[in-house]
Ligand binder design. Structure first.
Ligand code: CO
Length: 211
């Protein structure tokens, strides 16, 4: 089983270098990805694969339920590096239906170490409890929380100082909220208008430096 991976790797190298013997030489020269993708760690949601992108085309961060937590130094470093150094043009937050993290947030129980991580999701539930509880069908309610979570994480992303500074300087990165539907393979764009979203929270979260 494990051996299979190394065999796959050899085959992959052969595929990449057929027709382009310098493939890895070019890859080693550096990266200039246009996108930062923030998605779930779920093994079914394979970032490059589902987007049809190649090595070098997308900078990636994955965690359980694609959360942007302000005290998470990992995601803060990823966002800062992507925005300030790689100068990515787009940041995508991609959630997915049937997300185990989101499901756990809907079914309260003690999950040990996971509790603090899941609290962010439970907070999303709390923010939208009225609307969510009005949905009778449990599958529909689950799907809705997946979507609301992506929306909230996009908002969390634009609260980050590096994102705002870059906006003021260049107008980029654009922030996009997506849902990957594991039932069909399709990516759905939530078509969020982040300028509008930010305008509505600007009074509270604007970090524009005093000039
Ligand atoms: Co998930």
């Amino acid at each position: 089983m494990f051996h299979r991976i190394f065999e796959n790797n050899k085959r992959w190298i052969a595929e990449k270098t057929t027709g382009d013997p310098d493939y890895f030489k070019k890859l080693a020269a550096g990266q200039q990805p246009e996108y930062l993708y923030i998605g779930c760690s779920d093994s079914r949601v394979t970032a490059e694969d589902l987007m049809g992108l190649q090595p070098g085309e997308v900078f990636i961060h994955r965690n359980i339920a694609n959360l942007v937590v302000s005290t998470d130094s990992n995601i803060n470093a990823v966002v800062q590096y992507a925005v300030e150094y790689l100068k990515v043009k787009h940041i995508i937050i991609c959630g997915h239906y049937e997300c185990g993290g989101v499901k756990a947030a809907l079914n309260p129980s003690d999950m040990g170490q996971l509790n603090s991580w899941l609290q962010t999701l439970r907070d999303v539930y709390r923010f939208h409890q009225h609307d969510l509880d009005a949905i009778k069908d449990s599958r529909e309610r689950f799907d809705k929380l997946v979507e609301l979570n992506v929306r909230e994480q996009c908002i969390n992303l634009v609260k980050i100082d590096h994102v705002q500074r870059s906006w003021y300087k260049t107008g980029f990165p654009k922030v996009h909220g997506w849902i990957f539907d594991v039932r069909t393979g399709r990516i759905n764009d939530l078509n969020m208008n982040m300028e509008e979203e930010f305008a509505s929270i600007r009074k509270i979260y604007d970090l524009k430096p005093i000039s």
